[in-house]
Design a protein around this ligand. Structure first.
Ligand code: FHN
Length: 457
């Protein structure tokens, strides 16, 4: 072989090798944590705020006298707007009362440790300055502020983990919404026989680049919370590709199981098999028993994720506090939703509940943050959580006779009321059937009173 050709081949090989390394170099240079290290902050956090906010927040689920059934964030579908009709809402989106710092402070004061914001919901309207789309808050709305950026900065300032929701479903993008078919109906997304040949182009040229923007331009992203995994156009190959893409950009970002196709409906856990995603996502429900894999239950305070003034079906603060305890006692996280209105305000009913949950978590957070499920069956009067060699008895129904009945296998070294600053020891006696703890006649807390039990070795 002539020397010249050999040199050419060697040079070509060098270029190929350099390119490959450059490609690797474009990946993050952040230290890649082990899975347990990566999940640690999330597992300890236990409690986060979900924020569903978009152009639908102007609509409030109402069109004339028609009220959208279910979540108001589905207004485009439920209120039968065409794409053209719906586009006027982003053009009106001007939430002049939006204050990212105030939002983060309310989440923090409620005892929430992370915030998941809908960067783009099914409507397709982005709350950041996307370079691959003009259907976003900078190019389409009069507001012209990068909401993702402002909330990311406020979270960083106040020490709250910033996380993003991204919808795989996109009712606006011509290659995603399957409107290539006559009489397009959004619910066709659920019909596996309706295949949209354009979807792979949406995935490759729009969706994946948008996710990349969110991961590259807004600092540390704690969690990417995907949604819309149910549509048949979206494949497990795309899901696995997207999971790897995210981890290549930010190796320590956590991704929910809706990035892939393993989720079994609203119960939220994965079917058997090899599916991407770091935690299960039960929705509007709490598993009956503890689950020994990572999971987070997401829930609304009323019946809608998006702002819906007509929906007054609010869960009580007591119910929400007891749901937090129930979830943590089963090894899960609680992602509780707020649907701000079109001005950028949290509904007053939501603020009242956040305040009540903050009061409780301030006094009892030791029994929640970093706690895990205990090995004991849930008692009739409440729940157990555990942290190291301490059991926390979360009492919903305070004993009228002053005797708290614990699982007989609990070996008490010292029992106290968690919120009793005097740390007065409670007497206890073990019987063959149970352990009896002599507690004050009056419940220390109207909602959930916690008895701290240091275990004997
Ligand atoms: O369709 C969405 C819905 O609007 C909302 O975002 C919930 C929250 O997890 N996810 C989907 C319904 O399962």
């Amino acid at each position: 072989m002539k020397m010249k050709s050999l040199k050419k081949i060697m040079l070509l090989t060098l270029v190929v090798v350099l390119n490959a390394n450059l490609g690797l170099a474009q990946k993050s240079n952040v230290k890649k944590l082990s899975d347990d290290e990566r999940m640690e902050w999330w597992r300890d956090s236990k409690f986060g705020m979900f924020i569903h906010w978009g152009a639908y927040s102007i609509i409030g689920g109402e069109r004339g006298t028609k009220i959208a059934g279910g979540g108001a964030e589905w207004a485009m579908d439920k209120l039968d707007y065409t794409v053209e009709e719906y586009e006027k809402f982003p053009e009106m989106f001007n939430p002049v009362m939006f204050d990212a710092d105030a939002w983060v402070t309310m989440a923090k004061n409620a005892g929430m440790k992370y915030i998941v914001l809908t960067s783009k919901h099914h409507e397709g309207f982005g709350l950041w300055d996307s370079k691959v789309s003009d259907y976003d808050v900078i190019d389409k709305s009069p507001f012209k502020r990068d909401i993702v950026k402002e909330l990311a900065e406020a979270c960083k300032k106040q020490g709250i983990k910033f996380c993003l929701y991204y919808s795989i479903v996109d009712w606006h993008h011509p290659q995603a919404q399957g409107n290539l078919f006559p009489n397009y109906n959004i619910s066709q997304h659920d019909d596996p026989s309706v295949v949209n040949p354009e979807f792979p182009k949406y995935y490759e040229n729009y969706m994946k680049p948008q996710v990349g923007e969110l991961l590259k331009n807004y600092g540390d992203i704690g969690v990417v919370w995907f949604d819309g995994d149910w549509i048949s156009d979206y494949t497990t190959e795309m899901g696995k590709d997207l999971y790897k893409y995210i981890r290549d950009i930010q190796p320590n970002t956590i991704v929910n199981n809706r990035v892939d196709k393993g989720r079994m409906g609203m119960e939220g856990m994965n079917a058997e098999g090899n599916f991407a995603g770091d935690f299960g996502t039960p929705e509007q429900e709490i598993p009956d028993t503890g689950i020994d894999s990572d999971w987070e239950a997401c829930m609304t305070m009323n019946g809608s994720w998006g702002y819906k003034p007509s929906d007054n079906n609010w869960k009580s603060s007591e119910d929400l506090i007891q749901k937090l305890v129930d979830i943590v006692s089963k090894g899960g996280n609680f992602l509780l939703n707020i649907g701000p209105d079109g001005f950028g305000r949290f509904p007053a009913e939501s603020i009242r509940r956040l305040d009540a949950m903050g009061e409780w978590t301030k006094k009892n957070g030791e029994a929640i943050y970093g706690a895990k499920a205990s090995p004991y069956d849930k008692p009739k009067w409440g729940r157990y959580t555990q942290k190291g060699n301490v059991i926390y008895a979360h009492v919903f129904d305070w004993p009228k006779d002053g005797l708290l009945k614990l699982n007989k296998n609990i070996k008490v070294k010292k029992a106290t009321v968690l919120t009793d600053n005097s740390n007065t020891e409670l007497s206890s006696i073990a019987t063959s059937r149970e352990v009896l703890v002599d507690v004050p006649m009056l419940a220390p807390d109207a909602t959930v009173s916690v008895v701290k039990i240091e275990l004997a070795k």
